[in-house]
Design a protein around this ligand. Structure first.
Ligand code: GDP
Length: 197
């Protein structure tokens, strides 16, 4: 894979601790259990890379993985835990909202959505924070192996229609499966373009 030399860099809990050497970074967001860690691992080509983010104490933080000097993948905390306490949700919004709307080196956002449940309200909230930046959004419809060809085509068409309704902007979508390793090259091409790799 293109990003096979990614290594864990740092965990960030406060906006003031964001790396100041970043040239370009791509953030990965998704509901918990959408398959985000699996997708990052698949793209970065190293076993268990993003599972660093699941170690206790790091789940609510931004986890940075170095791809090349000053170029990062950023694993954002998953959202939508049914029982997340109010305090955690407030903390999450305080970190992710400003990060998405104001982070200079953030060149694009990848949103991982289970292909069987695209566009939950929480996905939309997150996207709404980022859209005003005018920067590109790429959607990975994950776990594509769980759908028949016909249903894959259907969901892809529905999501494309939704993206078209957003008007101007670089919005794209594809099917992805970490299990079957499908859609990997398509995603790599998008991210490499954004990052200038
Ligand atoms: P995260 O919480 O978004 O980081 O999700 P994970 O990557 O931990 O995946 C959540 C669950 O979905 C795990 O049980 C994975 O094995 C499963 N999963 C992830 N990707 C795929 C996929 O491409 N296909 C299938 N069938 N299952 C997947």
């Amino acid at each position: 894979p293109l990003f096979q030399n990614a290594i864990f860099h740092t965990t960030v809990a406060n906006l003031r601790d964001l790396p100041d050497d970043a040239i370009s970074e791509v953030a990965f967001a998704g509901r918990s259990n959408a398959g985000k860690s699996s997708a990052i691992n698949t793209l970065a080509g190293r076993v268990r890379l993003a599972f660093v983010s699941k170690t206790p104490g790091r789940t609510q933080h931004l986890n940075y993985f170095t791809l090349a000097a000053g170029k990062y993948f950023v694993d954002l905390p998953g959202y939508g835990y049914a029982k997340a306490p109010e305090e955690i949700r407030t903390q999450w919004e305080g970190l992710i909202g400003p990060y998405l709307s104001r982070r200079g080196p953030l060149v694009g956002l990848v949103v991982i959505m289970d292909c069987r449940r695209p566009f939950t309200d929480l996905d939309r909230n997150l996207i709404d924070w980022f859209r005003p930046t005018g920067r590109p959004i790429h959607i990975l419809l994950s776990k594509a192996d769980k759908l028949s060809r016909q249903d894959q085509t259907k969901v892809l068409r529905a999501v494309k229609a939704e993206l078209a309704s957003w008007g101007e902007g670089a919005y794209s979508v594809q099917l992805f499966s970490s299990l079957k390793k499908t859609g990997v090259e398509e995603a790599e091409a998008v991210l490499a373009g954004w990052l200038g790799i």
